[in-house]
Design a protein around this ligand. Structure first.
Ligand SMILES: Nc1ncnc2c1ncn2[C@@H]1O[C@H](COP(=O)(O)OP(=O)(O)OP(=O)(O)O)[C@@H](O)[C@H]1O
Length: 258
């Protein structure tokens, strides 16, 4: 078995109330893990703890062999993180932004310039690399964030809703990049609401609901427990939200009421 690159023991977090309760995860090198759950379930909070952004939490978490509480910088240096809502420095151009990020990872200027241009071209941003990002669409910004999070070729990647705002072609490209990164031995921990993508590319799926882990297994294992046929159906069954037909009807009734 490959070594474990993420281990959590009773990982918990409270803000005013408890938002994560006793999450126990062991993720091996080379796995793609889809971390899914309803809005507010605690996905981003988990990722922010594992990437050293939220320093105070209960329980234990080890990432790439480092205790994240004690050695967050050692972890940050070695991972890639693509956040859900990042504050891009929009007055910069994509290339300037990649230089800024690349230098934090101690990459050479020439390497950043070469890789940055090639990667931006691949994401069809070649004509915009010298434009200020203030005018960029959501999807264009997301592409820059994806490149910035991976430009230093980390062995472990955290992606929080990485497909947000991307068009169908870009979604297909990112799916394929993740699959090929896995083939080259990288570990990917990512959260998404796009169930068919999670179903297709994950080796393992972890579902959390209200801060608690309610499922952890391959798609086949989850499917054999829930007998539902698609991840979307398993998800709605396990997270207890099967009222969407009546909720949609109520929504329209309220709109139409006088
Ligand atoms: N800084 C904070 N202060 C107080 N509460 C917070 C903070 N960050 C998150 N929370 C709360 O923690 C809970 C989990 O939030 P989190 O962002 O982890 O959910 P999520 O699963 O990523 O949701 P989504 O799918 O909507 O992005 C929510 O109830 C949220 O309001």
């Amino acid at each position: 078995m490959n070594p474990a690159v993420i281990i959590t023991q009773n990982l918990s977090k409270s803000f005013k109330t408890k938002v994560l309760s006793d999450i126990n995860l062991t993720i091996q090198a080379g796995e793609i893990v889809g971390y899914i759950g309803p809005n507010g379930a605690g996905k981003s909070t988990t990722i922010k703890i594992l990437t050293g952004i939220i320093p105070d939490f209960d329980g234990e978490a080890t990432v790439l062999g480092f205790d994240i509480r004690k050695e967050p910088l050692e972890v940050k240096r070695r991972i890639g993180y693509i956040p859900e809502n990042a504050a891009l420095y929009e007055t910069l151009t994509p290339l300037e932004y990649l230089h800024f990020i690349g230098q934090l990872y101690k990459l050479e200027r020439t390497e950043i310039e070469k890789k940055g241009k090639e990667l931006l071209n691949l994401f069809e941003l070649g004509n915009y690399m010298e434009s200020r990002m203030t005018t960029f669409s959501k999807g264009m910004r997301q592409k820059v964030l994806l490149i910035a999070g991976m430009i230093h070729n980390p062995s472990l990647l955290f992606l929080d809703e990485p497909l947000s705002g991307l068009d169908a072609n870009a979604v297909i490209l990112v799916k394929e990049i993740l699959t090929q990164l896995k083939r080259s031995g990288k570990t990917i921990f990512y959260s998404s609401h796009i169930m068919d993508v999670v179903e297709k590319i994950s080796d393992r799926i972890v579902i959390i609901n209200k801060g608690e882990m309610i499922a952890n297994g391959t798609f086949e294992e989850l499917n054999s427990q829930a007998h539902r046929g698609s991840l979307e159906k398993i998800f709605t069954e396990l997270t207890g939200n099967q009222q969407h037909v009546s909720a949609a009807g109520q929504f329209i009734n309220i709109l139409e009421s006088k």
